[in-house]
Ligand binder design. Structure first.
Ligand SMILES: Cc1ncc(COP(=O)(O)O)c(C=O)c1O
Length: 401
């Protein structure tokens, strides 16, 4: 058969509606970031391996842009309801947001936010570029008090009034890593804005399928896409998303200047992971809810933190601002640090190791990291995967016993 024998080309159905359309997030996750539908064309974006682009177009050099990143950014931006930029890692996205602040920046941050974020802040604060204070973000009043102190603090930063972070930045994470505290995103964002602070939310634990901070008023949202978005423990990448043109422009400039760009392979892998995010999350969170309930009844477990449990202090709030409780939980074991380490290492199915968000269950005593601060010594964090829940329970039960 020659190439001419194909017959008339049939028109294809129209592409899925753009972000903001009536499509459900599960459908958007499958369809955003694909090339236009054309007969014979590929379903997936190319992995564009080029540092240089022909002169005359918008894209000239690989530190400023890449078509594979753009496909991923279309997908994450659509899911978060903003415009997204991808970075070399979650921490590269996080530091890019802080780099947008005028000097000296003024920051209020969750006391149990991801320890890498707090270590980054300590590093830049030590060099005089910002000041930060930590708060219990589950305590809305205390957090807003901290914001008002920042707003009233003497010493104006160098940024123009109204520019991002000129009045300070409230950095939220909800649920927090690893204590699973829940912040009232809407109330905190509204209160912080009233006092002139901007608000950023690390949405790594929830993912945009369970929580959309930009809808709740946040100015910018960040992800360690290494985790749930990618979902297979095979890539490191970060994303920031915003609806504000000024923030997008500042983040774009900073990414080009600082060079914290992702690789095209990594961007493609994260986009492939996003295709199954909804089914993975459904399975993982159903497993997490089941394990949380069973762990609570275990004689060697003294406390379980999972926002889906009715007695979790943030349960009602999480039910209001999230469409699911996620698949992260933490629990404390009798016997403190040594006992907890032993449980993690005895697990045969769950893997003792750091990170989270993969299809495989990971277990870790977070207190083993020096930067973690004041955690209960026997606290184990569980990132629940897609394995059979009874197999997971047998494994945990055996390790605990
Ligand atoms: C909540 C949270 N945010 C950010 C990060 C940093 O992401 P990355 O490791 O991709 O730099 C992590 C990493 O564990 C995290 O758990």
């Amino acid at each position: 058969m020659s190439i001419d024998d194909e017959g008339p080309r049939r028109p294809l159905s129209p592409p899925p509606r753009p972000p903001g359309s009536a499509l459900a997030p599960a459908s958007l996750a499958v369809h955003l970031g694909r090339p236009p539908r054309s007969p014979g064309g590929p379903l997936n974006p190319d992995i564009v391996l080029s540092s240089t682009f022909h002169q005359g177009g918008d894209l000239m050099y690989g530190r400023d842009g890449n078509p594979t990143w753009e496909a991923l950014e279309d997908a994450v931006g659509g899911l978060e309801g903003g415009q997204a930029l991808s970075y070399a890692s979650g921490l590269a996205a996080i530091s890019a947001v802080f780099e947008c602040l005028p000097v000296p920046g003024r920051v209020v941050i969750a006391a149990d936010a991801y320890n890498g974020t707090r270590r980054y802040l300590s590093d830049v604060a030590g060099r005089g570029r910002l000041r930060f204070r930590t708060v219990d973000i589950a305590d809305t009043e205390a957090t807003l008090d901290a914001c008002s102190e920042v707003a009233a603090a003497p010493g104006r930063p160098s940024g123009a009034p109204g520019s991002f972070g000129a009045g300070g930045l409230l950095w939220l994470e909800s649920p927090t890593n690893p204590l699973l505290a829940i912040a009232d995103l809407e109330a905190l964002t509204a209160g912080a804005h009233e006092m002139g602070l901007d608000v950023a939310v690390d949405n790594t634990f929830a993912t945009p399928l369970l929580q959309r901070p930009l809808d709740l008023g946040a100015d910018v949202v960040v992800h360690s896409a290494t985790k749930w978005l990618a979902g297979h423990s095979d890539v490191v990448l970060g994303v920031a998303a915003t609806r504000r043109d000024d923030v997008l422009a500042s983040l774009t400039t900073r990414r080009s200047l600082h060079g914290g760009i992702p690789g095209p392979w990594e961007a493609w892998l994260v986009l492939r992971g996003i295709r199954t995010l909804d089914v993975r999350m459904q399975r993982c969170q159903a497993n997490a809810a089941e394990l949380a309930g069973r762990l609570r009844g275990h004689p060697r477990v003294t406390g379980v933190r999972y926002p889906g449990l009715a007695d979790h202090p943030g349960h009602a709030l999480a039910a209001r601002q999230m469409s699911g409780f996620g698949a992260m939980l933490a629990f404390e074991v009798v016997g403190g640090a040594d006992a907890a380490e032993a449980v993690a290492l005895k697990c045969q199915l769950a893997t003792a190791g750091t990170s989270l968000g993969g299809v495989e269950t990971l277990i870790e005593r977070r207190g083993r990291w020096s930067g973690e601060g004041d955690l209960p010594p026997g606290l184990l964090r569980l990132s629940v995967g897609v394995e059979d829940v009874d197999d997971l329970w047998d494994d945990l039960d055996a390790a605990l016993s």
